[in-house]
Design a protein around this ligand. Sequence first.
Ligand SMILES: Nc1ncnc2c1ncn2[C@@H]1O[C@H](COP(=O)(O)OP(=O)(O)OP(=O)(O)O)[C@@H](O)[C@H]1O
Ligand SMILES: [Mg+2]
Length: 231
Amino acid sequence: MLDARNITKAYFEGDKELQVLKGINLKIARGEFLSIVGPSGAGKSTLLHILGGLDEPSRGEVYLDDFCLSSLKDAQKAMIRNTRFGFVFQFYHLLREFSALENVMLPAFLKKGEKKEEEIKDKAKGLLDFLGLSSRLTHRPSELSGGEQQRVALARALINDPEILFCDEPTGNLDSEAGKQIRAMLFELNHKKKTTVVVVTHSRELAQGSNRILNIFDGRIVSTEEILKKP
Ligand SMILES: Nc1ncnc2c1ncn2[C@@H]1O[C@H](COP(=O)(O)OP(=O)(O)OP(=O)(O)O)[C@@H](O)[C@H]1O
Ligand SMILES: [Mg+2]
């Protein structure tokens, strides 16, 4: 489904070049649950953003089915991101002036079309309820704990039923109980809805439940571990 070919990413500080990704080749099958692990600064978030079309590689291409993501116009890319991809960012990126419920509903309004506001609201409430936040619907992000914001961000990522869900440390700020809930939700999504899931994680439990673990070190894939039979 996703095919990343010889991805490199460099940042420039003055005339000094910092190589963050050094030639990543990666194919992700439809329905796969992939974990990306590695030390801080290894390039995990950078890779996730490039796979999801949020950031451009310096060299190399990412193909989604037959499309080369970087050859698409910004508006087309934005459409794909909003309708086919879901993102849970490491630092959530919730909109501060909106409530938890409104944050979750927003991508569904941006998606052209059919759904009525009441329908969207019910779905958003259902997701927040499942994630244990039914008593926090009207809270703004500043009135939520880090772990609660993380769960709102997950609900927001799921409102449009993405084909691929990208999550950057989805259980990073959660205690074991809330972390367990998120893990269960990700596994269920992958099993029942066949959603392709790509997570960056430090959680051994989460990684061990996936199909494949990629170990990234200093901008390279240094090892791959197959956990279960590929879908
Ligand atoms: N916009 C930028 N300009 C310059 N350097 C950057 C930029 N974004 C990231 N980097 C550098 O790229 C490297 C990889 O960053 P990245 O966020 O991908 O790491 P990570 O593996 O996700 O780490 P962590 O586990 O701490 O989240 C880091 O050394 C970081 O300092
Ligand atoms: Mg990161």
